[in-house]
Design a binder for this molecule. Structure first.
Ligand code: SAM
Ligand code: DTB
Ligand code: SF4
Length: 342
């Protein structure tokens, strides 16, 4: 297995066939791909901060921050730059490599951009990688962020193209792709993934990984979130009423493994949902090729596993924090046709 096996021409049938493999075979193949491209005992540590919480006009059915939900999350204004830099310094002291700043916006307003730019520049000056997730961007906004030195932009496709309209009605899957294009064109690394466990079918999970793996270039980071069910959100309430729709751990691990095989060079992040995941399930995710996590005791609004729990888990599993730049960050490897890659 070499970098030349990076493909963007996966078919849905091929992705579905990976999902259908016996679990042990799937994990073995994913671990092989992982080892060929990454150090299997290294995990990247990223820290999240919600720089503008709640009151979001979008109606994403999973999200506690949507103004359409009844989650009890209070809307706040955009944080002051100094407060954000303070939190980044704390994250750096705790060993984090990347600082990810999230805002509950449909899109940033031009009047917010000066503060956003100052946050990017300030966090970069500390020697951390920067990531922002602010909703849809215009090409000009993406270029401004790139000029400020933003390393990554997170913008998730969240689920399969077919399922998207059942989860979110206030924007389209194609609008998501447009922003991803603007981010790429500006030269910013792409962080793009989604959520598993929203009551979707296996076919949706196939469609989700397929959509990511057939982007013109694979995202450098692929966050795989397990739905954190929040009371008062459409999906949180749906899952509380129909517990059978809940995904099982094995199927979650399968999704991580298929993402690893389909996108060999990408960092696959075991993202939201670790707090309620057993250590054994997380260990299987690392075996299946996940090599990045969010650290700290909070995600954006939801609880996270916490640094001491993670330190204990890393100790038990013999994992270590990745130092500095990850080795293979740009997913610009040659794309070869399926036949040549076989
Ligand atoms: N507003 C911006 C946007 O939607 O692009 C950025 C912030 S948004 C909270 C970032 C991502 O967090 C979503 O795309 C979704 O994948 C994930 N997310 C939000 N709520 C979640 C939940 N309850 N469980 C799991 N993932 C969630
Ligand atoms: C992503 O894919 N997961 C992060 C990050 N990108 C911004 C967010 C997870 C949010 C989990 C729910 C919450 O904290 O409200
Ligand atoms: Fe708003 Fe992002 Fe939450 Fe959707 S996921 S409601 S866009 S904050």
């Amino acid at each position: 297995m070499t970098a030349t096996t990076t493909r963007t021409d996966w078919t849905r049938a091929e992705i579905a066939a990976l999902f259908d493999l016996p679990f042990t075979e799937l994990l073995f193949r994913a671990a092989e791909v992982h080892r060929a491209h990454h150090a299997p005992d290294e995990v990247q540590l990223c820290t999240l901060l919600s720089i503008k919480t709640g009151g979001c006009p979008e109606d994403c059915g999973y999200c506690s921050q949507s103004a359409h939900a009844n989650s009890g999350v209070k809307a706040t204004k955009l944080m002051e730059v100094q407060g954000v830099l303070q939190r980044a310094a704390e994250a750096k002291d705790a060993g984090s490599q990347r600082f990810c700043m999230g805002a509950a916006w449909r899109n940033p307003k031009d009047r917010d951009m000066d503060a956003i730019i100052a946050m990017v520049q300030g966090v970069r000056a500390m020697g951390m990688e920067t990531c922002m997730t602010l909703g849809m961007l215009t090409p000009a906004q993406a270029r401004r962020l790139a000029d400020a030195g933003l390393d990554y932009y997170n913008h998730n496709i969240d689920t399969s193209p077919e399922r998207y309209g059942d989860v979110i009605t206030t924007r389209s899957f194609d609008e998501r792709l447009d922003t991803l294009d603007h981010v790429r064109d500006a030269g910013i690394n792409v962080c793009c993934g989604g959520i598993v466990g929203m009551g979707e079918t296996r076919a949706d999970r196939v469609g989700f990984v397929h959509a990511l793996a057939t982007l013109p270039r694979h995202p450098e980071s692929v966050p795989v979130n397990a739905l954190v069910p929040v009371k008062g959100t459409v999906l949180g309430d749906m899952l509380a009423d129909t517990p059978l729709a809940k995904i099982d751990d094995i199927e979650f691990v399968r999704t991580v493994a298929v993402a690893r095989i389909a996108m060999p060079l990408s960092m696959v992040r075991l993202s939201a949902g670790r707090e309620s995941m057993s250590e054994a399930t997380q260990a299987m995710c690392f075996l299946a090729g996940a090599n990045s996590i969010f650290t700290g005791d909070k995600l954006l609004t939801a609880a996270n596993a916490g640094d001491s729990a993670d330190a204990a888990m890393f100790g038990r599993l013999g994992l270590r924090a990745m130092a500095g730049e990850e080795p293979m960050r740009a997913c610009a490897a040659p794309v070869v046709p399926a036949a040549a890659a076989a």
